[in-house]
Ligand binder design. Structure first.
Ligand code: HEC
Length: 194
């Protein structure tokens, strides 16, 4: 008798476990570089397995003309990558699908004189900026999630630690200017154009 009570209990516990699993999001639905609490890590192998969307090159001199020298905080090559499936979806629908991730790798400019001319080459990566598309408002109240994206900044000293404290103060001040294109600046992303 006692044994059958125990067996029934085990069955109930196993069933309850599977119900709660099926209520939560299926595994693999959201990218592996975001954990259940909304903590973003730098995606691994994006350089070798994702697509390269384009390059921005930020020089230190302002375009405003002579006498208006301005040193930009982001000087360097800005290389942008996304998952292949996200690019395909974007080209079809014109919008970034849930889970689409943009990684921008920033590298310093190194100048050299080669037979082709005065050339720029890339130095070692200095930082990575990451945006993860969230079409479901998953992490309400989290300081690095909002306006349809998760936001992160990593540096080589510790590529596992998101240095963005709050996307509203650390990212949105600039990205609001790209409000017409879902907060993504698109001119430099030549590959997203069909
Ligand atoms: C000083 C203004 C500024 C701040 C602050 C800023 N960004 Fe950007 N970001 C830009 C601009 C402008 C571009 C495109 C041109 C470039 O890279 O210079 C860009 C590009 C990007 C890209 C590549 C996709 C795109 O829009 O072309 C990502 C990803 C990105 N930023 C993430 C972030 C995150 C995450 C933060 C906060 C931690 C952040 N940015 C803070 C101005 C800014």
């Amino acid at each position: 008798m006692l044994k059958s009570v125990k067996e029934t209990l085990i069955i109930v516990i196993v069933l309850a476990g599977s119900v709660s699993l099926s209520l939560s999001e299926p595994r693999g639905a959201f990218p592996p570089h975001v954990d259940g609490k909304g903590i973003i890590s730098l995606p691994s192998a994006f350089r070798s397995t994702w697509v390269h969307l384009g390059t921005w090159v930020v020089t230190s001199t302002s375009a405003a003309g002579a006498g208006y020298e301005q040193t930009s905080p982001g000087v360097g090559f800005h290389e942008v990558y996304t998952q292949t499936a996200s690019l395909q979806e974007y080209r079809k629908a014109g919008t970034w699908p849930d889970g689409a991730t943009l990684v921008m790798e920033v590298r310093p400019i190194q100048w050299d004189d080669l037979p082709t001319g005065h050339v720029m080459a890339q130095g070692e990566a200095m930082k990575w900026l990451v945006m993860v598309r969230d079409g479901k408002g998953r992490f309400t109240g989290h300081p690095n999630w909002g306006k349809g994206w998760g936001w992160a900044l990593f540096k080589p000293q510790d590529p596992t630690k998101n240095l963005s404290k709050d996307f509203k103060t650390d990212c949105l001040g600039c990205h609001d200017a790209a409000g017409d294109t879902a907060l993504v600046f698109v001119e430099g992303l030549a590959v997203i154009r069909k």
